[in-house]
Ligand binder design. Structure first.
Ligand SMILES: [Zn+2]
Length: 371
């Protein structure tokens, strides 16, 4: 909803035009686009600021919260004298100051099953600035239903993760990865704190993914979960896959195939035990992905605790995923996502990968299955 593409318009975006994959055409696409940002807190304010400045035609912001003093150290859209004001109102005003050529729609509503259809209707991309998995699951379900790509991210402490759900065939949804994640079990920013820079990093990744989607390009986080650990300054990407028993994207029945692609690279599907797992080799990368066909019914928090004691931990995101150092020589890293996807890096042979998988994790799944 950009008003006029005059000389001043193009001068404003002059640094976008020489960018590879962007150019005039990319800018025009952005100008015509509509993006909804769920939450304008630590992540959402950074996302909104960037998307407004970039020139996204219509930005819809959704938040029911008010500005508080504890927000100001990282939520740069708000001022001290605005304490108590509705976040969306202040954000709307400030975003239009940053870029008067765009349209901002402020929605001060609770995100629930009944409000979500209208909140995301007609949008091209949904961007996550939320802090609750319960709410994210509602967004995921409706995004899948309406077929709108959903850029997910979460951050706490020094760590963050992000992925992009395009809902295309052979790609997972949020439920596939994090079924049963309980907000109560996760560390919260209130108690664990949050580094403002991790918010800036992961929100910027979300914006970059959003821009790629709006410009009709392949995203970088489709089928990949990005982990960032600012303390160690580590960036890890794990391959992720849909789960055949996912209630949201597979109707709990499992109709869809499992062949995964990583970029242009075809990935071989190899079944070791059709009943319970799929093992996939990522060609030429000494990496295997093992996924449980059914989401394991386990207390993942306890599993992580056990793994932490036994192995050297590399990074973790709350109680939703963890990466451990399995061995130094050869260097083997194992990453586990709550939904049952395990990535094993550093092995060439699938039998070896399977051994590692069994040693680290499969007994937890097996034990639960016997119940
Ligand atoms: Zn799913």
């Amino acid at each position: 909803m950009v008003k006029k593409m005059d000389e001043k318009y193009w001068e404003r975006y002059a640094r976008h035009l020489p960018l590879e994959d962007w150019g005039k055409e990319g800018q025009e696409k952005i100008a015509k686009s509509k993006v909804v940002i769920m939450g304008v807190g630590g992540l959402g304010t950074v996302i909104a600021t960037q998307l407004a400045a970039i020139g996204v035609g219509t930005i819809r912001i959704v938040d029911r919260d008010t500005v508080s003093l504890t927000n100001l150290a990282r939520q740069y859209l708000y001022r001290e004298e605005e304490e108590g004001h509705a976040k969306v109102e202040v954000a709307e005003k400030r975003l239009l100051e940053i870029n008067p050529r765009i349209k901002v729609e402020a929605i001060s509503k609770n995100i629930t099953r009944s409000t979500i259809p209208e909140i995301i209707e007609g949008m091209d991309v949904i961007v996550d600035g939320l802090d609750s998995f319960k709410t994210r699951m509602i967004v995921n379900e409706e995004a899948y239903g309406q077929g709108i790509p959903y850029v997910f991210a979460g951050a706490v402490g020094w760590t963050a993760n992000a992925t992009t759900f395009t809902f295309e065939e052979g790609t997972p949804c949020l439920e596939c990865l994090f079924e049963g994640v309980d907000d109560e079990e996760l560390p919260k920013c209130e108690s664990a704190g949050v580094h403002p820079s991790i918010l800036g990093i992961i929100a910027s990744v979300e914006v970059a993914e959003t821009v790629r989607l709006l410009q009709g390009q392949e995203t970088r986080l489709k089928n990949n979960l990005l982990f960032v650990d600012l303390k160690e300054l580590r960036f890890d990407k794990l391959q992720i896959a849909p789960r055949k028993d996912c209630e949201v994207c597979h109707g709990g029945k499992g109709e869809s195939g499992y062949l995964m692609k990583s970029g242009n690279e075809e990935v071989r599907k190899m079944s070791i035990n059709e009943e319970e797992y799929n093992i996939t080799e990522l060609c030429g990368r000494a990496t295997f992905v093992v996924s449980a066909k059914e989401s394991p019914d386990w207390n993942f928090g306890k599993v992580i605790e056990k793994l932490r004691k036994k192995y050297k931990k590399i990074s973790a995101f709350g109680t939703a995923a963890v990466t451990v150092f399995y061995s130094e020589e050869p260097k083997i890293e194992v990453s586990i996502v709550k939904g049952g996807t395990v990535t094993i890096k550093g092995l060439e042979e699938r039998e070896e990968a399977l051994k590692v998988f069994k040693k680290v994790i499969s007994k937890h799944i097996a034990r639960n299955k016997k119940k």
